[in-house]
Design a protein around this ligand. Structure first.
Ligand code: PGA
Length: 254
């Protein structure tokens, strides 16, 4: 299985800056001979920049992801984005349940569960984010919290043959901090999550339909320690914003 690197550009760029950064990345990928056959690179810009980014990335082997979607396909839902609209714009992936949305927009596990179902229906691959806060960690409920988030998001979700989900473990307290968790911790958590997914969707499906990635202050120096064994890739925020730095990060696991 090829490594998966997801660039989460959050609300950091205007559309113009997204285009400039995407162009620069494509130039660097060419220069550095980064082969998309060997690595799944997924760029997640803002909703507004998706169509133009899709134009640039067309036939380049680099995938596009959205940062969220709504749980209904169509209707009177002012301000929301429908999964099939995102698919039509060129997205193949969608980040769901990011801690910034859970915190700032009061997204609940129930909402995330509905979004996962809607994303799968629209043939988007959900990237489900789970992770504990510092407080939860101090209280000793980290694993409980994560198992609970995975369960609530996926319980009762039918994963059909050919469908896929990615689960990203993102300890909330290390996101954007410049200090990742110890890699052993992420590897241990991968096992905890894998066990829960096996219990929820079955062993055979788990192996072919789910991947596990780590996110939280991943950079070009530490990525190698994470992306190995049961961890297939990384969800990268800050270190994906500068094209030179992002290319270095990618090269360090190729
Ligand atoms: P970070 O962000 O790499 O800046 O910690 C990761 C994320 O929020 O997905």
């Amino acid at each position: 299985m090829k490594p998966i690197i997801v660039a989460n550009w959050k609300m950091q760029f205007t559309s113009e800056k997204t285009l400039e950064t995407t162009k620069k990345l494509l130039e660097l990928f060419k220069e550095e001979k980064i082969d998309p056959q060997k690595i799944e690179i997924i760029i997640c810009p803002s909703f507004a920049a998706l169509p133009q980014a899709a134009q640039l990335l067309k036939n380049k082997g680099i995938k596009l992801g959205a940062q969220d979607c709504f749980w209904e396909e169509k209707g009177a839902f002012t301000g929301e984005a429908s999964p099939s609209d995102l698919k039509e714009m060129g997205a193949d992936y969608v980040i769901l349940g990011h801690s910034e949305r859970r915190e700032n927009l009061a997204e609940t596990d129930e909402m995330i569960h509905k979004k996962i179902k809607a994303a799968l229906l629209a043939k988007l691959i959900p990237i489900l984010c789970v992770g504990e806060t510092f407080d939860e960690r101090q209280k000793g409920v980290k694993d409980y919290k994560i198992i609970n988030q995975v369960t609530k998001a996926l319980e009762g979700t039918e994963i059909k043959p050919g469908e896929q989900i990615i689960v990203a473990y993102e300890p909330v307290w290390v996101i954007g901090s410049g200090q990742a968790v110890a890699p052993e911790e992420a590897h241990y958590t991968a096992k905890v999550i894998e066990q829960r997914i096996i219990d929820l969707i079955g062993f055979s499906l788990t192996k072919e339909a789910s991947s596990f990635i780590y996110g939280g202050s991943v950079d070009e120096k530490n990525i190698k320690d994470f992306v190995t064994g049961e961890i297939s890739g990384a969800l990268v925020g800050s270190a994906s914003l500068d094209p030179d730095q992002f290319v270095k990060l990618i090269k360090s696991i190729l």
